[in-house]
Write a protein that binds this ligand. Structure first.
Ligand SMILES: [Zn+2]
Ligand SMILES: [Zn+2]
Length: 112
């Protein structure tokens, strides 16, 4: 249990906003962790809006939505700051990503 708690602290330190929003308490974090251990990576429950880092050498690039609709940038949503809307989509995540947030998005997604 001690190591799990450490994992929570480390996760919280490295990505405070995300962790606090996803796991406001330590209990939820442990449950997610247990879920992962129980079901494995393939069937893990995906939060609806949170994109999980998916290590790989595929570069995340943007393309313009064919329907031209403006959507809230996924990176902005994660930040909880003022949200930009964009017609751009990530080719890998199929999620709306603003041009200005692409670099941040790539860095986050390519975290090993
Ligand atoms: Zn953004
Ligand atoms: Zn992406």
């Amino acid at each position: 249990m001690v190591s799990v708690h450490n994992a929570y602290i480390i996760a919280k330190d490295s990505n405070t906003d995300y962790v606090q929003r996803t796991w406001p308490g330590f209990k939820g974090f442990v449950e997610d962790l247990v879920d992962d251990l129980t079901y494995g990576v393939q069937t893990r429950r995906q939060p609806s809006i949170m994109l999980q880092p998916h290590p790989g050498n595929q570069l995340h690039t943007l393309y313009t939505r064919p329907d031209g609709l403006y959507k809230v940038c996924n990176e902005c949503s994660l930040q909880g700051k003022q949200k930009k809307t964009t017609t751009k989509m990530c080719n890998v995540c199929q999620a709306p990503i603003d041009v200005k947030c692409l670099q941040k998005h790539q860095e986050r997604m390519l975290v090993g």
